[in-house]
Structure formats: structure tokens, C-alpha cells
Design a protein around this ligand. Structure first.
Ligand SMILES: [Zn+2]
Length: 348
């Protein structure tokens, strides 16, 4: 009996040994073959296409990324989801092309004030929204843009970002670019404004957006009331922040209703043929007008260009600290953690 048991054990050990040998012989080869196959993949892809030159007046600061290969490699799965690929609306306005902006030196866009970079072709528009984030109106703007699978740039007031960080996070999560519009929306050309105070308005604005989002903002900026303080323009240039004026102003802040917003924008576009459109997600009439306006843009043959920054802006620690220490603001802790992890009922 003992011999029989020993024989059985020996047989089992031998079988395991054979299986193990087979595994170590075959598995590494399989793994090696897989690795070779994966390594071969990139060379199968077409080489990166050269940057396209824009039809009109493009400069080196703007790169055109419409040449991304149609079939991205499997490893690109972690890349941000493009609204285009998830669009459920076959007749959506969409995004016609995406441009990446190298903000080195602080280029200016919007021909009302900055004439140097006339990069838009006929019927191309850029959608921009100022003064948010704000309850009701900003989410309504986000919904209208999502329904049309299109995108814009949001120039955020720093204080508003600290009041409603959750809304600003929705803006970013929806794939829009979050730029900055000062800390408190003061006129930087005002008589009492000093260079130091103006710098604080800029930097606290950027720090507030970082406070709200938890990541650095886009190096995109718009001056309140389009008042371009020369020293602030120079300072933003030194910080490598792009500045945005506009081509078509919606004047939505003084429009009596949504129809007037639509008509002002369409009239301005018919006159100029293209351009950066200035609107306010803060304004109720723009929130109400946007579904109709986007339909009118589509019907009029206008195409939306998405402008993305090449990098982000590193905020300055002393201004980050100023935003975090404002006693009227919520603390970063409550923004980052669920209520139940901060405060719990222990006795009733
Ligand atoms: Zn504004």
C-alpha cells in the first residue's frame, strides 16, 4: 500500500514537472511573441503628419492638430474623450477642427484688439463664455453645447470659481477649456489700479481656478470689459499667457431677451464672416439663446474651431495661499472630501 501510494505521488510529481517544463518553454515564447507584436505596432502606424498650414495668416504659435491619425494606437485609450466620438446627435454643429496654441510670449487673439494672428478661415468661429461659473445659467450653457457636441472656452472669474467650484469642474469635465478673467472682474485700466494690484488680480484669478479644479488652469486670459492695461499685457506675456479679445460681441449683458442675443451674434457674423464670439455663461439670456444660436450657426454654414493650450499655467504659491486664506471662502478640505468623512453624527 505504501509502495502504491509512493508510486502515485511520484507519478503526480512527474506530471507536474512535465507541465512546468512545458509552461516555461512555451509561455516565454508566447510572451515574447506578444511583445514583438506590440513593439511592431507603432512602426505600422503612419508617421506623424506635418502640421498643416492654415489657409490664412497662420503663424508658428498655432499648430493644427486636425492631422491626428484616424486610427489611434491602442495605448492612446487614456487620451481625453473627444465630444465628436461620443456625439449622439447626427446633425450636431460639432467641432470642425481643433487647434493647439503655444502660448509662449503671450499671443493675442480676437481681431478687435489683436491683429497679429488671423488664423480663422471664412465661416469659422470660436465660442467663448465669460464671468462664470454660475448656477443654472452655466449648466444650461453646458447642456446646449453638449447637445450640439461642440465646445468653447470659459473665462472664469476667480471669486465665482471659489463660490461654485463644482460647476467649474463640470465645465472642465465636459471637455471645455477653462481660462481666467481676473479674480474680481475689476477694470484693470481703472484710475485707482496699480501695477501691483493688477498683478494680484491676474494671479489670484489663476490661483482661484486651480483652487476650484485641483489642477492648473489653461494659460488663456480675457481682460474684463476688454480693458487691456499695457503693463498687465506685458506681464501676461512674461507668464506665457495667451490673451483673448473678440471679433463678435454678443452684448448679451444688455440684451432684453434671448432673441436679441441670437440676432446680435448672427448680424455680427454675417458682417465679419468669422471670428471669436464673446458671450457670458453668467447671463440668463445667453443660456436661453444658446440652443437656437447653435442651430443658426449650423444652418448658416459656420464651423466651430476648438482652441486648446499646449500646456498649463503654473500658479504662484503666494497667490495660491491668498486664495486659500480668504475667510469668506469655503476651505479646500470641504471641496475635496465627502461630507460624511468630515462630519458625522455620533449621538442623537
Ligand atoms: Zn466679464
Amino acid at each position: 500500500m505504501r509502495n502504491a501510494l509512493g508510486l502515485l505521488l511520484a507519478t503526480v510529481v512527474a506530471a507536474l514537472a512535465i507541465t512546468g517544463v512545458w509552461y516555461w518553454v512555451s509561455k516565454p515564447n508566447a510572451a515574447k511573441a506578444a511583445a514583438q507584436s506590440a513593439a511592431a505596432k507603432p512602426s505600422d502606424l503612419p508617421p506623424p503628419a506635418p502640421a498643416k498650414v492654415a489657409a490664412k495668416g497662420a503663424k508658428d504659435d498655432v499648430e493644427y492638430t486636425g492631422t491626428v491619425p484616424a486610427k489611434p494606437a491602442a495605448s492612446a485609450a487614456a487620451a481625453p474623450v473627444q465630444p465628436k466620438s461620443t456625439c449622439a446627435n447626427p446633425d450636431a454643429l460639432g467641432i470642425s477642427r481643433t487647434v493647439v496654441v503655444d502660448t509662449t510670449g503671450g499671443p493675442g487673439f480676437g481681431l478687435d484688439h489683436f491683429k497679429q494672428f488671423d488664423f480663422l478661415a471664412d465661416r469659422e468661429v470660436v465660442l467663448t463664455f465669460d464671468d462664470g461659473p454660475w448656477p443654472v445659467n452655466t449648466p444650461a450653457v453646458l447642456k446646449a453645447l453638449a447637445d450640439e457636441c461642440t465646445t468653447g472656452i470659459f473665462f472664469t472669474i476667480g471669486k465665482h470659481a471659489t463660490y461654485h467650484p463644482e460647476i467649474l469642474r463640470q465645465v472642465q469635465a465636459a471637455g471645455h477649456v477653462v481660462g481666467v478673467h481676473t479674480w474680481s472682474h475689476v477694470n484693470l485700466n481703472g484710475k485707482k489700479m496699480t501695477d501691483e494690484t493688477a498683478k494680484e488680480e491676474l494671479e489670484k484669478g489663476f490661483s482661484a481656478v486651480k483652487f476650484a479644479l485641483g489642477n492648473n488652469p489653461a494659460p488663456f486670459f480675457r481682460f474684463p470689459q476688454l480693458q487691456h492695461r499695457p503693463s498687465a499685457v506685458a506681464y501676461l506675456g512674461s507668464r506665457n499667457v495667451a490673451m483673448f479679445s473678440c471679433d463678435v460681441d454678443s452684448f448679451d449683458f444688455r440684451s432684453k431677451d434671448a432673441d436679441q442675443v441670437v440676432n446680435t451674434v448672427m448680424t455680427g457674423l454675417d458682417k465679419k464672416g468669422k471670428g471669436i464670439i464673446l458671450m457670458h455663461d453668467f447671463q440668463k439670456n445667453t443660456a436661453l439663446a444658446l440652443p437656437t444660436l447653435l442651430r443658426r450657426l449650423k444652418a448658416g454654414g459656420y464651423k466651430v474651431v476648438a482652441m486648446k493650450p499646449k500646456g498649463t499655467l503654473d500658479t504662484l504659491p503666494q497667490y495660491d495661499a491668498m486664495v486659500g486664506q480668504d475667510p469668506k471662502l469655503p476651505t479646500t478640505m470641504t471641496n475635496a472630501r465627502p461630507i460624511s468623512s468630515v462630519i458625522q453624527t455620533v449621538q442623537q
